[in-house]
Write a protein that binds this ligand. Sequence first.
Ligand code: PXL
Length: 287
Amino acid sequence: MRKRPARVAAIHDLSGFGRCSLSVIIPILSVMGIQPVPLPTAVLSTHTGGFQNVVFRDLSDFVEPALKQYQSEHLGFESVYTGFLSSEQQIDHCLDFIRAYPKALTIVDPVMGDHGKRYKTYTISLCKRMKELVKEADFITPNPTEMSLLLEEEYDPRPMTHQELKTKLLKLSDMGPSTVVVTGVELADMTINNVGYDRERNSFWRVKCSYVPVSYPGTGDVFCSIVVGSILKGDSLPIAMERATRFLELAIKRTFSYGTDTRYGVMLEPSLPWLCQEQVLDKYEIL
Ligand code: PXL
């Protein structure tokens, strides 16, 4: 039996201000008893969602030599978790990393856009190449914008029927990953949901989210890192999705109650202790 916490190689950017990517992934995994090993793809002074004059340093020459060092030092990982990439070369670097640890659980958060739009730094060809990473993933966590970019479908903000959504989840799974989780899906029953598909069990799940009339950057990273931590600790998919959803609800409602600038992200720090409690959860539903 392994006598140490599970290790996650986290290949994401490090944005200083604004509570997203490695700035939230590291504390979340740590508080859940998982060891994050951060591999920054870029360093930014803030995220790119609304601040001016962002200081950006690409680190496309970092992951490959870091991987070589880990291999020569025989450092292993139970999971490889990729996110925001700053160049097409980094797709190849992530693929090399994933192939170097074939037994590791591979989670690809295909960070590409939100609210129907591509992020400024994500070119069309980088989005196309993201499919190569998705193909190698065990698990992906797109939002509805990223789902439409991966499926090369027009983004449609209208609520979806259960059947439309299930068809899209199956199409995403056909691209490679056995587990697909999509965040913030509006269904025709006028609910917002985090939804999941598990190909091995052929099961569809949903966790309803309460509506808050604001949106904060980094919530996708918070969600995905909690799902990763939960799964690595042995939670089932629907329980992991519910843990991430409940935590985000707490953090978003706390932040909203103070009326802070949404660009600053969710107030993670006072909410983190909730993740130590390992609450028993039973509000997930079958989709
Ligand atoms: O949370 C997604 C994300 C990650 N990294 C950077 C971003 C964003 C979203 O805006 O700007 C740099």
